[in-house]
Write a protein that binds this ligand. Structure first.
Ligand SMILES: Cc1ncc(C[n+]2csc(CCOP(=O)(O)OP(=O)(O)O)c2C)c(N)n1
Ligand SMILES: [Mg+2]
Length: 342
C-alpha cells in the first residue's frame, strides 16, 4: 500500500505492522465514537419516552468495529446480533437507518418498522436480518458460507453472538457443520461476562469459550476486546484464512458490557458498584483514543473536531428519523402471510 507507507513516513508507527495507515486508524476510531454517541442517544430517547426499547453495544464497539473492518463491503456477509450496532455501522448502515428502526418508521431498512429495535438487517449491505432466538444466526451464517463455497463466490460470512448464547445447540451444530465442510465463516463470541443477570461462571464450565473450537477442528482465538488493534489482527487473520479456503475460525473477544442488558434491566440489582466502576477501565473508546494521541495519530484539536462531527451526525439522524412517517396500518400483515399477486 503506497499511501500507507507515505503517511507512515511522515506520521506514526502505530498500526504499521498491520498495514494500517493513519487515515484507516482514524476511521476505526471515528466508527467507535459514532457508535458510542448513537448508543447514548438511543438511551436518552428511551428515557425521554420516545422509543420503546434499547439494547446496547456500549463496551463492545472496539471489537465489533475492528473485526468487521476486515470484511469486503458489498461482497461479504454480516450476520449480526442485537448488540451489533458498531458492526452494522462499520459495514455500511447509517445512524439515520438505525434510528428509523428505533422509531419504528416506515422507511426502516431492517423491517419497515416491524421488528423490535436492535434487530438489524439491510439487504443493500449484505447484512442479514436478525432473529430473536439467540444463536440461530450462527446457522444462518454457516448456511451463507456453505452457499458461497458451492458457488465459488469468494465471500466470507461473519457472525457474532454472546457467550451465553454459545451454550445453545444451534451454536454447536453450526460450528460442527462449518468444521466438516471447512466453510468460509468467522464466528465471533462477544464475551461480556453476563447473560442478562447470569454471570459467566455459572453459564459455562470453561473460562475461555474459544477452547470449544478444538471440538470442531478450527482455530479458537481469545482476544482482548478492549484492545482495538489486537482485535483487528485477529479478525483479519480469520477472514483471510476463510477466503483462502482454509475454513472457519472461532474468535472470542473478551469485552465488557457498560450498560444494563437492555433498557428494561437494572444491573445494579446484580452487579456490585465496584464491579461496575472497574468495567470502565475496560472501555475500548478512551483506551484507543489514548493510543492514538500517544502515537501522534490524533491530537486534542482533531479529536474535538471529530467529536463535534459525530454529535452533528447523531443530531441530524435523530431529527430526520423522528420526522419520517409511521408504517401504513394497512400493511401490518405484509411479510407475515402469503400475499397472492393481485
Ligand atoms: C433461544 C433464546 N433463549 C432465550 C432468549 C432470551 N434472551 C435474550 S438475550 C439473552 C441473554 C444472552 O446472553 P449472551 O449470549 O451472553 O449475550 P449478551 O446479551 O450478553 O451480549 C437471553 C437469555 C432468547 N432471545 N432466545
Ligand atoms: Mg453475554
Amino acid at each position: 500500500m503506497a499511501t500507507t507507507e507515505r503517511t507512515k513516513a511522515a506520521g506514526s508507527r502505530l498500526g504499521v505492522d498491520l498495514g494500517l495507515s493513519d487515515r484507516e486508524l482514524l476511521e476505526i476510531y471515528r466508527l467507535i465514537a459514532l457508535s458510542r454517541a448513537l448508543d447514548e442517544r438511543m438511551w436518552t430517547l428511551n428515557r425521554a419516552g420516545k422509543v420503546p426499547f434499547v439494547i446496547s453495544g456500549q463496551g463492545h464497539e472496539g471489537a465489533q468495529v475492528a473485526i468487521t473492518s476486515g470484511l469486503r463491503h458489498g461482497h461479504d456477509w454480516l450476520v449480526p446480533y442485537y448488540r451489533s450496532v458498531a458492526a452494522v455501522l462499520t459495514f455500511g448502515m447509517t445512524p439515520r437507518e438505525i434510528l428509523l428502526a428505533l422509531y419504528a418508521r416506515a422507511p426502516d431498512p431492517s423491517s419497515g418498522g416491524r421488528q423490535m429495535p436492535g434487530h438489524y438487517g439491510g439487504s443493500a449491505y449484505n447484512i442479514l436480518s436478525t432473529s430473536s432466538p439467540v444463536a440461530t444466526q450462527v446457522l444462518h451464517a454457516v448456511g451463507i458460507a456453505f452457499a458461497a463455497k458451492l458457488r465459488r463466490t469468494d465471500q466470507v460470512a461473519l457472525t457474532s453472538l454472546g457467550e451465553g448464547s454459545s451454550n445453545q445447540g444451534d451454536f454447536h451444530e453450526g460450528l460442527n457443520f462449518a468444521g466438516i465442510h471447512r466453510l468460509p465463516v468467522v464466528i465471533m463470541i462477544e464475551n461480556n461476562g453476563y447473560a442478562i443477570s447470569v454471570p459467566a461462571s455459572i453459564e459455562c464450565a470453561i473460562e475461555d469459550l474459544a477452547e470449544r473450537a478444538a471440538g470442531y477442528a478450527m482455530p479458537g482465538v481469545v482476544v482482548d476486546g478492549a484492545d482495538v488493534l489486537a482485535c483487528f489482527r485477529a479478525g483479519r487473520a480469520a477472514i483471510e484464512r476463510a477466503r483462502r479456503g482454509e475454513g472457519p475460525t472461532l474468535i472470542e473477544a473478551k469485552v465488557t458490557r457498560l450498560t444494563g442488558h437492555s433498557s428494561d434491566d437494572q444491573q445494579t440489582k446484580y452487579r456490585a458498584p465496584e464491579e461496575i466502576a472497574a468495567q470502565r477501565a475496560r472501555d475500548p473508546l478512551p483506551r484507543f483514543r489514548e493510543e492514538l494521541l500517544g502515537a501522534g495519530v490524533l491530537d486534542e484539536e482533531a479529536d474535538a473536531r471529530l467529536g463535534a462531527e459525530v454529535r452533528a451526525a447523531i443530531d441530524d439522524a435523530t431529527d430526520w428519523a423522528e420526522a419520517q412517517p409511521d408504517p401504513d396500518p394497512a400493511t401490518a400483515r405484509r411479510h407475515v402471510y402469503f400475499e397472492p399477486e393481485a
